[in-house]
Design a protein around this ligand. Structure first.
Ligand SMILES: [Zn+2]
Length: 203
């Protein structure tokens, strides 16, 4: 009897519990699939949608930048005008040679044909003109016209003209291994002291 009653009670308890469990499972099942589906779908859907939207957008904008958008110099653009000396590879900065505001690279090249744009952005433009010879930092020693003297020149930093610095009464023939250079482009020195040491080495 006890067992049967207990058993019956247990059965009803179990049924009730089962029902309760089922209802809670259903409730959880109703809630979780919603949340579970919503969350992954939401979190997955948003990035994929963004990715799908942004990827083509990015490539579109890259294409429009490279093809359509003109990079022009603005009033605020820092423009540097430079001279590059082919003899030594050094640059000097020049005064402004004109106004390129509103121009793109091709227009600037057309307007200032001596110059080429090493860099052309709306923030910074570098326009460079090539020049033969050496920059004003160097002394150039050459064989004199008569071939019996050495002449030293240095470019003036302001005018950029070659200026005669001094004549040295020593025959270029004394420098047999450098005679070709002395008669052509000249020998390069960074100071008069270097020239003195060079002359002394031959005496
Ligand atoms: Zn130089």
């Amino acid at each position: 009897m006890f067992f049967r009653i207990d058993h019956a009670r247990l059965m009803t308890k179990c049924l009730l519990c089962g029902f309760a469990v089922i209802t809670t499972l259903v409730c959880i099942g109703v809630l979780f699939p919603d949340k579970g589906d919503a969350a992954p779908q939401g979190s997955n859907a948003i990035p994929t949608k963004q990715a799908e939207q942004s990827m083509p957008d990015e490539s579109d904008s890259v294409q429009t930048v490279s093809t359509d958008r003109r990079i022009t110099a603005l009033k605020s653009t820092k423009v540097e005008w430079k001279l590059r000396f082919n003899g030594c590879g050094h640059y000097i900065t020049l005064k402004s040679q004109g106004d390129i505001a509103g121009m793109d690279k091709e227009e600037a090249k057309a307007a200032y044909s001596d110059y080429s744009a090493e860099l052309f952005t709306s923030a910074y433009v570098s326009l460079v003109k090539d020049s033969d010879g050496f920059c004003p930092e160097h002394y150039v020693m050459l064989s004199g016209e008569d071939g019996d003297m050495l002449e030293v020149y240095k470019r003036n930093t302001q005018t950029l003209e070659n200026e005669h610095i001094t004549s040295i009464d020593i025959s270029p023939d004394r420098f047999a291994e450098d005679i070709a250079a002395l008669q052509a482009g000249g020998l390069l020195f960074n100071s008069l002291q270097e020239i003195n040491e060079y002359i002394e080495s031959a005496e």
